[in-house]
Each structure stands twice: as structure tokens, then as C-alpha cells.
Design a protein around this ligand. Structure first.
Ligand code: AMP
Length: 408
């Protein structure tokens, strides 16, 4: 099936062809027609599968087709998401795919001027993509009218539950029509997700993408055994061997993110840290620099990186293994987006073996080892520029010490 075969408006087909997409991905193939037919959907799909466009395409199509006959004061579709980045990113996909239509999306985020958002809402907005906080403020002040919503999307519902947004989701139901289409997306499924999903959807079409292997097919991922103190040498080596490629390295804490960046800078590698303490403005500029390729190495934590979609990330490095197994899948899903190929490598130290076992249990198989021979291991540690740097520093100190002795 090609995009040209779908009964969608030509303006959308044009935008899709400009994006260079020929065929729908698996989730798109399974979801688009059902959504166009007005069905509820319950989809278990990870980021990287093309899930965003699977709801964006039919939503824009429906609004584009009904625009001339349907006059409303409120928005027609609401997409609720856990993070600001995800909201911005989904808004971007709506804009891209809807650029030849008159359908208007808008992301509503906290942390930015509310007045500007109110102003924008006064113009005609068809689709709102929002995180809960600011959205409720605007609903209660009457600036955002959700009583005419025809399609509700909950994206990354598992992450919303993790962040404690369950009450918000339930509160929202009081404001929106009972008769609506609900599209529920989650990367993982468990008892709690099922409960909330089945409370929201009606006779939903169930779609599960690669249930046994939550890692996208186009990501080659493996593990190497590297001791904690040696990890920086291996990251240095990897970055230098992959010059001009975009790489994301994941670490467990903010402090480690800063430390790894410093260690890389010492060996002449330009890197930037993205973590919870980086303010919103700086985050956007860091992500823009990474997106543009001005900065090739992004060192980040799980929370800070969730949901970011950057084209052409060649590799993901698990500098530290995640302590929550599921995050492994989210992390490595930053590479191999859509139909691109990507690779991921995890540096597992002795102390982290249990994390690796938990990850293997989660993905359902043993992760291939990328073996490093003893000689190679030693060579990588010895060849590090930081070793040279330390030598130079030591020699300089030695000289200083000698000259001090001489001068006495
Ligand atoms: P998502 O899972 O929605 O985060 O999408 C992952 C990536 O896949 C995005 O970067 C999209 O641009 C890309 N993508 C989505 N659909 C297609 C398609 N049919 N063909 C090629 N790339 C796609």
C-alpha cells in the first residue's frame, strides 16, 4: 500500500511526498484506515515506529474535509502528551503534514507566556497538542473550548501515568464530549495502562507493533563490558571514530552528564549536556545546535531526552545502563527513526550487570555482546588523549618540581 492509495485529501499526499515518504510504516498501515473510518484505536507502539503520523494524517484529513461544512468555536482534536518536547514535536508533524491545508495546530505548553497563547487561541485553532497543566488553566478560564472535540489522542500514555497525570486524564473527560473518537497510544502495556485504556476507548481496534521485540528492527544494538572508570576513554574513541556523526550518550544523573561533557571537552570533543536543570530556553538552543549538527555529541539523562525526535542520530551510547529496564527501549529509540538505520551500544560495568539482566528480560532476549579483546581494551585506554594530557601535566609538574628544587 502506498500513501497515494489512501482516500485522503491531495494536500496531505503532497506534503507526505515532499517529506520523501513512500510507504506507510507498520503502525501507519494498521492505524490510518481505521482512524479514517472513525474507529477508536488502542495501539502499543514505541517511538520511532512512525506512530505520530499514524494519527496526524487521518486527523488532518477529517478536519480538512469537514472545514467548509463544520463551523465551530472550539477545537476539533486534542492530543494530550506527557512532555513539552513531545508536544512541540507533534505540533511540528501536524504543521509539516498539514502545510498545504488550512488546518491549524497549536501546542499549549507551560513555561511560556500565557497571553500569547490566549491570543493564538482567539484565531482559529483546530487541533491542540498539550501537556496537562497549562491546558487546564486555559480551559478553566474559558480560553480553550474543548466541548466540541471529536477526536482525543493520548500519546505515550504509559509515561503520563508514570508522571502521575492519571487524575488529569480523568478530569479532562468531564470537559469533553462522551461521543468522540479516542486514540490511545502507549509504548508499553501493563495492568494500569489497560485499565485506563479500556475506560476511555470503545470497541477499539487493537494494534500492537513488534510485541515480542520492543526494539525497532532497524536498530542494531549490543553491549560491551567496560569498567566504570574507563567509560570515558571508550566514548572518546567511539566519537573520534565516528567523526561528523550525531551521537547521543545517556547517563544516569545530571552530575554525571556534566562530568562526561567536561571529560570530552578535555580531549577536544565538543559536547553539550541536557538534563533537568537546564532551563527551557537553553534546552531549545541545545537541541537546535544538535539538530543542525553544530554540536555532534549530546550527553543526556532519561527524563531530559524523553520524546525528542532528531533526524539522523547515528548512534546511541548507553554510557550508564538505565536502572529502569524500559528506558533502554526509549533511549535506543532515538536512533533508527522511521526507516533509517541506527545502532546503539551499552557500556556495562561489573556493577551494572543486574541492570543488563533486567533489560534482557524486558526485551525478551539476550543482547549481543560487542566483544573487545584485552589488547584492544588496553589500547583504547592508553590511546586516550586524556592520558596524554595527564602525562603532559605530570611531566610539567615534574619539571616545575625539579626547577623549584634547583632554585632552592
Ligand atoms: P515517531 O514514531 O512518530 O516518533 O516517528 C519516527 C520518525 O519516523 C520520524 O522522524 C518521522 O519523520 C519518520 N517517519 C514517519 N513515518 C514515516 C514513513 N512512512 N516513511 C519514512 N519515515 C517516516
Amino acid at each position: 500500500m502506498k500513501f497515494t492509495d489512501y482516500p485522503i485529501v491531495p494536500e496531505i499526499k503532497k506534503a507526505i511526498s515532499e517529506l520523501g515518504w513512500n510507504k506507510p510504516t507498520d503502525i501507519q498501515f494498521k492505524a490510518i484506515q481505521s482512524i479514517l473510518d472513525g474507529e477508536d484505536v488502542l495501539a502499543i507502539a514505541q517511538t520511532g515506529t512512525g506512530k505520530t503520523a499514524s494519527f496526524v494524517i487521518p486527523i488532518i484529513d477529517k478536519i480538512a474535509k469537514s472545514k467548509h461544512k463544520y463551523k465551530s468555536n472550539g477545537i476539533s482534536a486534542l492530543v494530550m502528551v506527557p512532555t513539552r518536547e513531545l508536544a512541540k514535536q507533534i505540533e511540528g508533524v501536524f504543521k509539516e503534514i498539514g502545510k498545504h491545508t488550512k488546518v491549524r495546530p497549536m501546542a499549549i505548553l507551560g513555561g511560556v507566556e500565557q497571553d500569547y497563547q490566549i491570543e493564538q487561541l482567539r484565531g482559529k485553532v483546530d487541533i491542540v497538542i498539550a501537556t496537562p497543566g497549562r491546558m487546564f488553566d486555559l480551559i478553566s478560564q474559558g480560553h480553550l473550548v474543548v466541548s466540541e472535540i471529536r477526536t482525543l489522542v493520548l500519546d505515550e500514555a504509559d509515561h503520563m501515568l508514570d508522571l502521575g497525570f492519571i487524575k488529569d486524564i480523568r478530569d479532562l473527560m468531564k470537559h469533553i464530549p462522551q461521543k468522540r473518537q479516542t486514540l490511545f497510544f502507549s509504548a508499553t502495556i501493563d495492568k494500569d495502562i489497560k485499565k485506563i485504556a479500556y475506560d476511555l476507548v470503545r470497541n477499539a481496534i487493537r494494534i500492537q507493533i513488534s510485541p515480542k521485540n520492543p526494539v525497532a528492527k532497524n536498530i542494531a544494538h549490543s553491549v560491551s563490558y567496560v569498567e566504570m572508570d574507563d567509560k570515558r576513554f571508550f566514548l572518546e574513541n567511539l566519537v573520534k571514530e565516528n567523526e561528523n556523526k550525531k551521537i547521543i550518550a545517556f547517563v544516569r544523573t545530571k552530575v554525571r552528564a556534566e562530568r562526561v561533557v567536561k571529560a570530552m571537552e578535555r580531549v577536544g570533543i565538543q559536547a553539550e549536556a541536557l538534563h533537568g536543570d537546564v532551563d527551557q530556553k537553553k534546552r531549545f538552543s541545545i537541541l537546535t545546535r544538535f539538530r543542525n549538527g553544530e554540536n555532534k555529541l549530546l550527553v543526556t539523562t532519561d527524563v531530559a531526552a524523553r520524546g525528542i525526535d532528531i533526524q539522523g542520530v547515528e548512534a546511541v551510547v548507553n554510557y550508564d545502563l538505565p536502572d529502569v529496564a524500559e528506558n533502554y527501549v526509549h533511549r535506543i529509540g532515538r536512533t533508527g527513526r522511521g526507516k533509517d538505520k541506527g545502532w546503539a551500544i551499552s557500556f556495562c560495568s561489573k556493577e551494572e550487570k543486574n541492570y543488563l539482566l533486567a533489560i534482557e528480560e524486558f526485551v525478551g532476549y539476550k543482547i549481543a555482546e560487542y566483544g573487545i579483546s584485552k589488547d584492544d581494551y588496553e589500547a583504547i585506554v592508553e590511546e586516550s588523549e586524556s592520558q596524554n594530557y595527564d602525562w603532559q601535566k605530570l611531566m610539567a609538574q615534574e619539571d616545575l618540581w625539579k626547577s623549584k628544587k634547583k632554585n632552592k
